[in-house]
Design a protein. Sequence first.
Length: 386
Amino acid sequence: MPESPIRKLVPYAEQAYKDGKTVYHLNIGQPDIKTPQIALDAVSSHSLDIIAYSRSEGSEEYRKKIALYYESHDIHVKHSDIVVTTGGSEALLFAFGSVMDADDEIIIPEPFYANYNGFSTASGVNVVPVISKIENNFALPPIAEFEKLISPKTKAILICNPGNPTGYLYSKEEIKKLAEIVKKYDLFLIADEVYREFAYDGHQHYSVLQEESIHQHAIVIDSVSKRYSMCGARIGYLVSKNTEFIKTALKFAQARLSPPTLAQIASEAALQTPQSYFDHVIEEYVERRNTLISELNKIEGLKVAKPNGAFYCIAELPIKNSDHFAKWLLEKFDVNGETVMVAPAAGFYSSPNVGLNQIRIAYVLKNESLVKAVHILKEALKVYKD
Ligand SMILES: Cc1ncc(COP(=O)(O)O)c(C=O)c1O
């Protein structure tokens, strides 16, 4: 199993705290936004006598409400098209296990969410990367590039929309292009849409489930983690109109018995979160993104792709090895006792030796902290030697 490129630096950060340093965490997608009160209240006032298992696919009542949530996003699914999982992470594992056998292949535009590598390894399947480029903000690579990679072992294409780590939001046209290719080669199109709500600058998120012609091919990975800032609840879902797929995924769900019961109560309540909560959160992220990008652009030799979704961006630094740089920041560098933690981007690629000079930045800190963190990065780059 590969290490998480995000979590592997934690021991260095812990040492930095012990050394008395303040560390700005630009490395991890743990939002600092408050969880909706309605979700917290639902847990503190529950009336259960026993915290029992729920149904393996999640309680019917909850899934019916999830279907209504999708309806409000112009996605038409029934509760029977949904399996509640222990986070989007488990949804990914179930999807991989359900659509692929050992040694099958999955095509993924890279850079991609690093744990796709881990889930592929755990499922015994091979990631076939197709490179998207910082020069065009990590837009969908030309379809011809996908076609070149399709082999008899290819079972699926996986996208993350909007993207972690790129922040790129695929357009309706790009989703339609993917729909054509999965139909042509009879593949699954797995779309990780856990950041669906986080679309900026007037852009609309377009779900693969809105593309009717691929209803038998489309699988959505979803999660409450980022939507309601409920990462620790560990609730996600698999959604597909392909009944054979749902039947197979349910076998995986039965093997692990049940998604967490109390967290389903919180997540069901969270569905009542008013739109004003999201409006406020999106406003906050847009402001942070604007601050971050404008501060980063002041650093000489740094290149950054402007994100229009999620809360991450990839920056290319004027250095050779960001893995070494990230450790050095924690071990050897500070500005008045303060330093930053970043995620080296090589772990977000499966192609070897790509992205070595890139880092992923998560803008989950308040504006003032972002400004300070980028200032530290700027000072560090002045003195750092590869
Ligand atoms: C793109 C993407 N997919 C899936 C996940 C998994 O999230 P969770 O298991 O908390 O739902 C994450 C978490 O950061 C993510 O960024």
